[in-house]
Design a protein around this ligand. Sequence first.
Ligand code: ZN
Ligand code: ZN
Length: 338
Amino acid sequence: MRTAVITAAGEVELRRIPVPDVGDSEVLVRIAACGICTMEANLYAGRMTVYPAAAGHEISGWVERVGATAAGLEDMPAVGSLVTLDGLPRCGACRACRRGQSAICVALQGRVREADGAIAMGAGLADHIVLPASRVWSVGDTDPAVAAMGEPLACVVHSLRRGGFRAGDRVTVIGAGYMGHLHLAVARELGARGVAVVERDEERRTAVAGFADAAVRPSDLAQLPAADVVFVTIASAECIAAALAAVADGGTIVLFGGAPDGPPAELPGYEVHRRQLTVTGSFSHEPDDWRTAAELLRCGSLAPRLESLVTARYGLDEVEKALKQASETPVYRVVVTP
Ligand SMILES: [Zn+2]
Ligand SMILES: [Zn+2]
């Protein structure tokens, strides 16, 4: 099988390695699509320097073989069915995992692959993948590029859960990038009373306008009804300040977007106290989020919206072009289909 390995900033190799063996509790999947997320773009651009990296963690594919133990389980996807995959392993043993908070597992990525010494960080930019059966989710019949959005959808479901979102809540999403669009789509699907989007860029604001109840520039924030939950998908002090202005008394602000080097935001302690606000973070996902994400894909109503977020598709032999586009230009999702 072929597997793409990012070996240095701006360098990617297409290597050949043997298809891995399938253990009793594992599943072999022929990869159908793999989305390029911030992590892969950062690795290729040299903003993250874990090399050599077998990256690609937004994966869908067709089940090719199911290990003996897994095959006997109820709800196990059958051979030939389309699945979405949780490609980032959790150790299950660290303090966070033992507390049921595997999203913040200390060993989230970085196992060295025996076949070629690459560090497995999803390893989805490849022809095949073997994963524990617990991380393979059936999605029914949909576009494989859409099925590959299981991982970002699980992140968004996690974010909604972290924000204590309930049907009937008013929601405001700050930032209309890919993750902003997904927050808007999922909140709507799960019964938000209204979803508003705040976005500075005019092109992005126009692109999201038809799907939101309101899409405004930051200076027009005051026009929006106060939101029960505000999702900040762009990490900046400015966006966090906007969230404080957008949230209703008693509401929750979820810091979803992350920028490790951004300037620290000021937290107005008295305001948080007096208005009884909750400010929380959301990172990655947990198994229960995957169950919901897979179900959102299976029911199909989001499919046209999700399909419209595929910016470009490339074959695995064009993986370099895909990484270049995703790391150098504004995109929603660039997808590699082996
Ligand atoms: Zn991702
Ligand atoms: Zn862990």
